[in-house]
Design a protein around this ligand. Structure first.
Ligand SMILES: Nc1ncnc2c1ncn2[C@@H]1O[C@H](COP(=O)(O)OP(=O)(O)OP(=O)(O)O)[C@@H](O)[C@H]1O
Length: 476
């Protein structure tokens, strides 16, 4: 009986404790709701931080936000690969915190393009930590001497190690994987001293090229051998690069062959216009910004042998006599400037090709084109610089078969083929001219008949110069 009374008393005291607890919880809930309603979120977290700093001063320091600035270009104006990687990586991290993404459809790209919107936070989570990215386009701040856009990456100070050791490497590795998956070939053209990227939409392939089959096979074999020989190049101490000189009259397929090589190897193309390069330093800057597995193309190298660059300089007028100043002045210049002419030669490029600078990325192909091989500086042609000289010439029967099978709907040999091939043996005509004739009708017979008449006409009217091959004037 006594134990029953004691249990009952215990139960009563437990139930009263429960009542007290319930009342306290209700009061706390009411208080929390009231505080949430009255104080804005920022003020609440500020107060919470202050209270935390009273009790845990060191823990709070580690929670400070720190940031890393990733500018588009480094001090020497070189493009910052980390910036490029972030531009590629961030648009793939759309989350509920991502409020704005720029989206576009460009002529130069096949799919949709997306990019981070300026001054918009992008929050990325990796291994349980949060990283905040903002794109600062530097447009408003006129006091800022560095006008390049930059990504600002903010994170808690205590995550500093993780950022450097795992988050940034993860970002770079993700981009590398994206690049490896991306099979589109790109062409980079020069925009001032930087590269402008677009997709190479040239449809030429090794199959569509109307070339002598043996020459085509030699080129393919050479490319395959080059790709396979990384270790060989290392062993013999040569930079892993290959130079091709494509020469021949206009319209014989030099540009088409470059596109076909790029599409075959899946290498990006950098179109280097020497005439637009101001100095050797600029050339090196551009070369440093090219990526491995790329083709550097310099078209019409004979026209680029020496490039004159106009450089403006301020002058001290007291140093010159009136007549000297007169001769120094440029017509459209203000009084304070003269124009000096710098000479830009190919020596920097030759140095680059010789390997002095070619450590900037492996697997490079350098292609020069010319319509006049005889006009090229022999220094460019010596062995080791241009490894293979490829002569692209007029269309001959075997190459015509390839072109006809590409251009005509009917893939079977046509009775007019033999006649056309005989005519092609007698006359120099470029593939571009024949391609144009074949496109004149969708009906194979009409197209071939037209080509036949065209060639006969030209043979009939051709002056007999006695010249052969490239020296003989092509038909345009
Ligand atoms: N060997 C070829 N095979 C297939 N098509 C060709 C070939 N050569 C020329 N063509 C056709 O002619 C057009 C012009 O050719 P391409 O621009 O490649 O010649 P090129 O030698 O680079 O001329 P240029 O010296 O004037 O730059 C191409 O778009 C293509 O349609």
């Amino acid at each position: 009986m006594a134990s029953l009374t004691s249990s009952f008393t215990n139960f009563r005291s437990a139930s009263s404790w429960f009542e007290v607890y319930a009342a306290f919880s209700t009061l706390m809930m009411l208080l929390r709701t009231a505080v949430n309603d009255i104080l804005p979120e920022k003020l609440r977290s500020y107060i919470a931080k202050k209270i935390e700093s009273l009790f845990f001063p060191t823990a709070n320091t580690n929670n400070n936000l720190v940031s890393i600035r990733i500018n588009q270009r480094w001090d020497n104006n070189e493009q910052n690969e980390l910036y490029n990687a972030a531009s590629k990586y961030l648009p793939t991290r759309i989350s509920e915190t991502y409020k704005s993404l720029r989206l576009g459809k460009l002529n130069s790209r096949k799919g949709l393009v997306s990019a981070v919107a300026a001054n918009q936070d992008v929050i990325d989570e990796y291994q349980g930590f949060k990283y905040t990215w903002t794109l600062d386009q530097n447009k408003d701040d006129s006091s800022n001497s560095n006008k390049d856009p930059a990504f600002v990456l903010s994170f808690k100070e205590k995550h500093r190690d993780s950022v450097m050791k795992s988050y940034i490497p993860h970002l770079l590795a993700t981009c590398e994987a994206m690049d490896a998956e991306d099979v589109t070939v790109k062409i980079f053209s020069m925009a001032h001293m930087y590269w402008n990227e677009s997709e190479l939409c040239h449809p030429a392939t090794m199959d569509t090229l109307a070339l002598d089959p043996e020459l085509k096979q030699t080129i393919i074999d050479d490319l395959n051998r080059f790709l396979k020989r990384k270790e060989f190049y290392k062993k013999v101490g040569k930079p892993w690069k290959r130079g091709y000189l494509l020469y021949g009259p206009p319209g014989t397929g030099k540009s088409s062959l470059i596109a076909a090589i790029a599409n075959y190897l899946k290498f990006n193309v950098y179109d280097l216009e020497l005439a637009s390069i101001g100095s050797n330093e600029n050339l090196m800057q551009l070369m440093r910004s090219t990526s491995p597995r790329s083709i550097i193309v310099i078209e019409d190298i004979d026209c680029n042998k020496e490039v004159h660059v106009r450089r403006r300089e301020r002058v001290d007028y007291h140093q010159y006599t009136d007549s000297e100043l007169e001769s120094l002045h440029n017509d459209d210049d203000p009084q304070t400037e003269i124009v000096k002419v710098d000479k830009f030669t190919l020596s920097a490029l030759l140095n680059y090709m010789d390997g002095l600078w070619s450590g900037y990325g492996e697997e490079r192909i350098i292609i020069f084109t010319t319509n006049h091989k005889d006009k090229i500086d022999p220094a460019l042609l010596r062995p080791g610089r241009m490894d293979m000289h490829i002569h692209l010439s007029f269309l001959k029967p075997k190459a015509f078969r390839i072109m006809a099978s590409n251009y005509l709907e009917d893939h079977h040999p046509h009775p007019l083929f033999q006649q056309i091939e005989d005519l092609l043996e007698k006359i120099n005509v470029t593939p571009a001219v024949v391609a144009e004739q074949l496109m004149r009708s969708e009906d194979p017979h009409v197209a071939l008949d037209g080509l036949c008449n065209f060639l006969q006409d030209k043979i009939h009217n051709q002056p007999n110069t006695g010249d052969s091959d490239d020296n003989q004037k092509p038909l345009f």
